[in-house]
Design a protein around this ligand. Structure first.
Ligand SMILES: Nc1ncnc2c1ncn2[C@@H]1O[C@H](COP(=O)(O)OP(=O)(O)OP(=O)(O)O)[C@@H](O)[C@H]1O
Ligand SMILES: [Mg+2]
Length: 249
């Protein structure tokens, strides 16, 4: 990786302490403490409706916590808007993927780098690296509006990476892709995160996809933490087995 695009950063932690949110009496997230460290991919998993997206939204500022607090190292972000958090480097992507349809994939990524304040030469260099890492080179000259839904999502992730976030929050980035494609995409994101000391929170419902691609896992059920730890330890946890496999046996 070139020195132009490499950032020297001190290690950092994005953290929610005892956070909660309820909607009309439904406790979507109920006293969850979770932390993402720079350079790691933390997989946030759990059954449908367990509070994964809500937790991600609490961290990004899309939702305001009704209890608990959000921290970037020792800075309290609890009252910060999504825009203020993005300025601090806490960035989320949207499931539909926000891209400019008329621009090519390359132009989309470069525009994001320029928009984040990079000089043209450095923006170009970073764009090439990201296109290569996310295997978008083959469609680099295609307009975004011509892409498949999966490629649009990958382009949106590429744009988010081009802004060089300190923390990137991804809600099911591999939705609609098969397991091999999902593993490839997440592995590429992980490589990027490790090399640039970016922390990634990755929401994903498929246990087999997160097993080999995440550094640590945090499991939710009914808005509460079941366990957080290394993938192997999480998979053999009796409560996790019950949640994920119990109903089928
Ligand atoms: N805006 C909202 N208004 C009312 N209830 C909501 C809202 N958002 C989420 N909920 C409820 O909160 C709970 C958690 O939802 P959330 O979307 O966070 O779960 P999830 O784990 O992301 O689910 P999925 O796997 O289906 O994406 C669910 O019971 C859901 O119906
Ligand atoms: Mg969700």
């Amino acid at each position: 990786m070139s020195t132009v695009t490499q950032l020297s950063r001190r290690p950092s932690v994005l953290r929610m302490a005892d956070g909660g949110i309820h909607f009309d009496g439904v406790k979507a997230v109920d006293g969850v403490s979770i932390e993402v460290r720079s350079g790691e991919v933390l997989g946030l998993i759990g059954p449908n409706g367990s509070g994964k997206t809500s937790t991600l939204n609490l961290l990004s500022g899309m939702l305001r916590a009704t209890s608990g607090s959000i921290w970037l190292d020792d800075e309290n972000l609890t009252r910060h808007s999504m825009r203020q958090r993005a300025r601090k480097g806490v960035v989320r992507t949207f499931q539909s993927g926000r891209v400019f349809g008329r621009l090519t994939v390359r132009e989309n990524v470069e525009a994001a780098a320029l928009g984040a304040g990079m000089r043209r030469g450095a923006a170009r260099e970073l764009t090439e690296e990201i296109l290569e890492e996310l295997q978008l080179e083959g469609v680099a000259e295609d307009r975004a509006e011509q892409l498949t839904a999966g490629r649009v999502r990958t382009t949106a992730i590429a744009r988010a990476l081009a802004a060089r976030p300190r923390f990137l929050l991804l809600d099911e980035p591999a939705a609609g892709q098969n397991e091999t494609e999902a593993v490839e995409l997440i592995t590429a994101i992980r490589g990027f995160a490790q090399r640039r000391a970016c922390g990634v929170l990755l929401v994903e419902h498929d246990m087999s996809v997160v097993m080999g691609t995440c550094d640590r896992l945090h499991v939710l059920d009914s808005g509460r933490t079941v366990i957080e730890g290394e993938p192997a330890a999480v998979r053999s946890d009796p409560q996790v087995i019950e949640i994920y496999f119990g109903k089928r046996h």
